[in-house]
Write a protein that binds this ligand. Structure first.
Ligand code: NDP
Length: 303
């Protein structure tokens, strides 16, 4: 049934399945829109996401706009609070405090990166746990590392959006995770570590690699499921992937050609993998879709 949600793109000369996160996220957003449409009658209002953007970083502004568009599509009320680049840490913390106290706000997202003079951790930790749609609050992080269930079973604690979207994508494609050898390249708090824990929760045997890993290719080649979140185009190439592996490319890198490239050399690896996500159109859309799900979860938890 879940398979029907997903559009497979088969290339006749290859057996690889190109996993479209865009199509899956469109389907999930359509479902969410139906659910949210029932909220005014059930709860008297719709969820409200507040996004705080500090400064004028063009990439951040683009991300914030696409989050707003997704909210509009689903019927989630959204407010962007745009603060100037020279906003002091105190002013930002005060803004977050006001949003924490605002009963009409269900989710708060502080767009990263913040200007250098603001302590990112201080800002993220200031967000009330029950409004933390990014899953970065220490209590949400602790819940992820202690529990063995997935977000759908326990939506009380938010899970970071990209990892949540990756697991959703794997499940929608009917990829068996239990008992498989999973290798995650990258150990960031946003992607690498939480996705490794979610894969562990699904009973995969997980190895985490990073910039000090020796002979990366020999480890990635053991993976049945390979997740790459490094931030360097072409980190994983032909010869580093086991035939038939499922390859999830998280990376978003702007090439000299002006186009977006993943961390995986797509052309070289697509003939070896059984399933691969494209960039763009793979993991990226799932991240926004998970943000919408986290916002709805926060709203429901607060009712
Ligand atoms: P970080 O920079 O926080 O982490 C990168 C990780 O990669 C680090 O753990 C680093 O190791 C490791 N690393 C760096 N170079 C190598 C190497 N040569 N071999 C092995 N490991 C290496 O990045 P993020 O996790 O935040 O993001 C990773 C990528 O994913 C970026 O391109 C980002 O734009 C993208 N991204 C995409 C999202 C989406 O929705 N599609 C969402 C979030 C991120 P060490 O810890 O030792 O430094």
């Amino acid at each position: 049934m879940v398979l029907r949600l997903l559009r497979y793109e088969f290339y006749c000369y290859l057996r690889v399945v190109i996993l479209s996160g865009k199509q899956l996220s469109d389907n999930i957003k359509a479902q969410l829109a139906k659910e949210v449409a029932t909220f005014p009658e059930k709860y008297g209002r719709v969820p409200h996401l507040a996004v705080v953007l500090v400064g004028d970083d063009p990439a951040s502004a683009t991300y914030v706009r696409s989050k707003g568009k997704a909210c509009d599509l689903i019927g989630i009320q959204n407010t962007t609070i745009h603060l100037p680049q020279d906003t002091s840490e105190e002013s930002l913390l005060e803004q977050i405090r006001l949003l924490n106290e605002d009963e009409g706000v269900d989710g708060i997202l502080v767009q990263l990166p913040l200007p250098d003079h603001i302590d990112e951790m201080k800002a993220l930790y200031a967000i009330a746990r029950e409004k933390d749609v990014d899953g970065f609050h220490p209590e949400n992080v602790a819940a992820l590392w202690r529990r063995r269930t997935e977000p759908e079973d326990n939506p009380k604690y938010s899970v970071p959006c990209t990892p949540r979207g990756i697991i959703r994508l794997l499940k929608a494609a009917d990829v068996e995770i239990e008992g498989k050898r999973a290798v995650v390249v990258g150990r960031s708090n946003i992607v690498g570590l939480p996705v490794a824990k979610l894969l562990l929760n699904e009973n995969a045997t997980v190895t985490i690699c990073h910039s000090h890993t020796k002979d990366l290719g020999s480890i990635t080649k053991e993976a049945d499921i390979l997740v790459v979140a490094v931030g360097e185009a072409g980190t994983v190439r032909e010869g580093m992937v086991k035939p038939g592996a499922v390859v999830i490319d998280v990376g978003i890198n702007r090439g000299q050609d002006g186009k977006l490239h993943g961390d995986v050399d797509f052309e070289g690896v697509k003939d070896i993998a059984s399933v691969i996500t494209p960039v763009p159109g793979g993991v990226g859309p799932m991240t926004i879709c998970s943000l919408m799900e986290n916002t709805v979860d926060c709203f429901i938890n607060r009712q």
